[in-house]
Design a protein around this ligand. Structure first.
Ligand code: GDP
Length: 429
């Protein structure tokens, strides 16, 4: 038996979905343990191209059980729409290959609206929320003002619980934001249109996972976003509202006794960041636009152009520490193929000193990147499938990063397709 977590090392969008899709071959169960529909994992395989938001990326592998754990922001509307899209493209979803934790809190109809209203109120101080209701959802979860998915099996209790929460929430909507209140008719419609559809997939997934563990099954824990967006360890307050770190996987998945043997940290060969907040290595102008286009860096959920920059080795080293990563998958190396000289952010200049430690969030605005360059390779590497097939300059770039972050790079991805991957496990034996 072995347990593995796949996590993002940076700001998210590192290509985790593509790595989970690849690695699920060796796993029996894939569990999403945090986050919601506010980010997207892009997966390309024999069924087509998918932007998954809530569904675990193991959904395409026959025989793999996919679980949405209790730590997830379970949005019945988004989930049902996503399930329909996936099913329309020929992927079977049944209660045997998709299970929803009865302990997952439901993202309620007002959460998205509250997200939108608060971003409007903040105006130019907004956080750049994807407006999927994630921050209001997690705030309410910790105030115990959500309902659990399993409550759908207790209709009388559910309605009275929802009526109480709605009454409380309407006070905020009306008195704070001057918005229209919700009614029980609206809630009933939501229950019928979305919750009833996902109900057959809800069960005690904690018991299922405990049995799977006893039976020696291999479990893969799939994270959303990355270290720098972690609620506790990220760039507060420009983080997400959940813990994106591997340490949270046992709690958020429903298997608190799980020991994670391997933590595969996913790092992109350059940096991208969506939304507001400090991004020390950001590039602008023509150079940035060329990189954005080469890497198709537009948000999977929102279509927003991502901010781009060279790989940030200061932030990446910190991300590796926070995740306790045991190995690294370096993605999108092929995107850098046209650059004659490749920049890397090797340190920060902060308050008159050069540092390689990632600073306290409030100090990030004053940090300036120290940029070094290495030679590019200027040829197409997307067909490479072995380390030896990579040009020497590309190998050197990978080795430079590996040394700087202090963690073995065991996978190098050179394209979005499942097989566009170079395995380097043997180099580290
Ligand atoms: P995730 O949220 O971490 O899964 O990342 P996203 O799905 O938002 O972004 C990764 C994007 O890069 C997707 O469109 C992938 O298909 C694509 N991708 C992943 N790995 C590679 C790679 O090695 N090369 C190229 N060119 N694209 C990749």
């Amino acid at each position: 038996m072995s347990n593995c977590a796949i996590v993002g090392i940076n700001w998210g969008d590192e290509g985790k979905g593509r790595m989970v899709d690849l690695l699920t071959e060796n796993y029996d169960v894939v569990v999403r343990f945090q986050g919601g529909g506010n980010a997207g994992h892009t997966v390309i395989n024999e069924y087509g191209k998918f932007a998954l938001h809530l569904l675990p990326s193991g959904i395409f592998r026959p025989g793999v059980v996919n679980i949405l754990g209790n730590g997830v922001a379970l949005d019945p509307e988004n989930l049902w729409l996503e399930m329909q899209t996936v099913m329309e493209q020929g992927v079977a979803l049944t209660p045997d290959n998709l299970m929803i934790s009865d302990r997952a809190s439901l993202l309620l109809p007002w959460h998205r609206m509250l997200d939108e209203l608060e971003e409007q109120r903040l105006a130019d101080k907004k956080f750049g929320s994807t407006k999927q209701g994630i921050a209001p959802f997690y705030s309410d979860k910790y105030q115990k003002k959500t309902v659990l998915a399993g409550e759908l099996f207790y209709p009388d209790h559910l309605r009275s619980h929802l009526a109480d929460i709605m009454e409380w929430k309407n006070l905020t909507l009306e008195k704070v934001y001057g918005a229209k209140p919700f009614t029980m008719e609206m809630v009933e419609k939501w229950l019928e249109t979305y919750c009833e559809k996902i109900k057959p997939f809800i069960r005690d997934t904690g018991a299922f996972l405990a049995d799977a563990q006893k039976a020696g099954k291999n479990i893969l824990f799939e994270a959303q976003l990355g270290s720098l967006r972690d609620l506790d360890y990220g760039i507060h307050p420009y983080t997400t509202s959940s813990n994106t770190t591997a340490a949270y996987a046992p709690i958020g998945s429903g298997l608190p006794s799980a020991k994670i043997d391997d933590v595969v940290g996913v790092v992109k060969a350059y940096s991208t960041c969506v939304g507001e907040g400090p991004f020390v290595c950001e590039m602008f102008g023509k150079e940035a636009e060329a990189l954005r286009q080469a890497g198709a860096e537009y948000g999977a959920k929102t279509g927003r152009p991502r901010r781009v920059g060279p790989i940030d080795l200061v932030a990446t080293r910190y991300g590796v520490e926070v995740q306790a990563a045991t190995e690294i998958a370096l993605t999108k190396l092929d995107v850098l193929s046209d650059m004659p000289r490749i920049p890397l952010c090797t340190a920060y200049q902060l308050h008159g000193e050069k540092t390689d430690r990632f600073p306290f969030p409030a100090a990030l605005a004053d940090a300036r990147p120290v940029i070094d360059y290495v030679d590019g390779w200027c040829c197409d590497i997307s067909g490479a499938r072995t380390w030896e097939e990579l040009p020497a300059a590309a190998q050197e770039y990978v080795l430079f990063i590996e040394k700087a972050i202090g963690c073995p790079i065991t996978y190098v991805s050179v394209g979005p397709e499942r097989d566009s991957i170079i395995l380097r496990k043997q180099e580290h034996k």
